[in-house]
Design a protein around this ligand. Sequence first.
Ligand code: ADP
Length: 456
Amino acid sequence: MDYELGQLIDLSKFQNLFDLIYETTGIPSGLIDPNGNILTKAGWRDICTKFHRVNPKTRARCVDSDKSIFELFNEDKELTFRKCQNGLIDIGIPIIIKGKPLATLFQGQFFIEEPDLDFFANQGRQFGFDEVEYLKALKEIPIISQEKIKSIMSLLSHFASIMAEMGLKQLELIETNKRLLEQNEMIKENEKLKIDFFTNISHELRTPVNVIYSAIQVVNSNLGEGDNQKKTLKRYSHIIKQNCCRLIRLTNNLIDVTRIDANFIGLNPSECNIVEVVEDIVLSVAEFTKSKDIELIFDTEIEEKNIFCDVDKIERILLNLISNSIKFINGRGTINVNIFDREEYILISVKDTGIGIPREKHEAIFKRFIRGDELLARSTEGSGIGLSLCKAFVEMHGGEITLESEPGKGSEFRFTIPLDIKGKYNLNINKIEKQSRTNNIEKIAIEFSDIYKMHV
Ligand code: ADP
């Protein structure tokens, strides 16, 4: 945070104190900021106010002298009194808050012995001062004993440290307030997300239940209608199953989200041929994509690659990405699933010719409960959990998921699976057994339940 002394300390309250110091010591005093601006002053004499700080050249010397205190401090030189460029003496102690010098508290100007009148007469002439008036002003400058200077310095350093302490407390207060405000904003934002999420979820839960309910009603009213009975039962039982899948997917995802939050979910790695895992998933959804006029193309740089990964999670990532692609392709389109073999990881890409995603939403869609379209303008089903789960699953493997997309130009999601998850997670190979691969039909029924046709 950038700050100035005046923002941390009410300098007007110090004016009285400066006046009192001047009355007690008879030496002018003041506060000057690092750019040489005067913040507070007391008892300043004519030589400064009518001559040195008026003429641009001598003024420049004053400002230089004021600034030099900060340089002296930076060079870590011990501070004593010093002669300014205009020939007068002062003492200055910087007020430093969190390592940043904000002002110099100084007392001056004075002499420690009788001034050299010839030098000042010359100086007066050099800068075009009225000599009589200038020397008269010079006479007002007090001559202070070394003894007194010592006690003034001690007073000054106490004063400076009290001001620095006050400033620091105020700064900490300001920073704490700022942090609290930011946290408050975040809490409000999270709260809003939660409300949106629960509104969305209730909608999600209610719709399938409503459909199941109406389907059952229709089945009931059709019972007893002879030939049609079997046909109707079959049709509606399909709808019931479909909607059950949606509820199962939603609850599965909700459960995973909760388990991820509670750190309960971990990798269940096994050795597998990743090419086969990806290809199997693609093959098992091929028929469905075909029925939607979507071309699904699988390509791979490698024929076989045995790696350690959590097959179930990889499958869910893929199904999620592919189902999103299907969801966001309007009419005909293409989905490309590619596998690339990189030195330290496998890269899998799911690319579609769908509606695309505006740049400003790229980051947000990986956050939980965020959906690309407005809540009320629901053109597709979904709870906004899918991509956040994909990201969590990829990151559990130590990989990364990225997106390249532009509205109207389709989307490409790429994720990596590092080859060394065994070493990285210190997995015990003995415990990792090759898992038998289960039938994908159930998984797809669940993961694709958002996009399967559900209504009668
Ligand atoms: P949802 O279950 O709502 O689809 P996701 O987390 O899977 O939730 O996706 C979040 C949002 O990201 C979607 O609502 C959509 O707006 C956008 N999105 C995801 N994948 C794609 C895609 N392939 N094409 C266009 N938009 C997408």
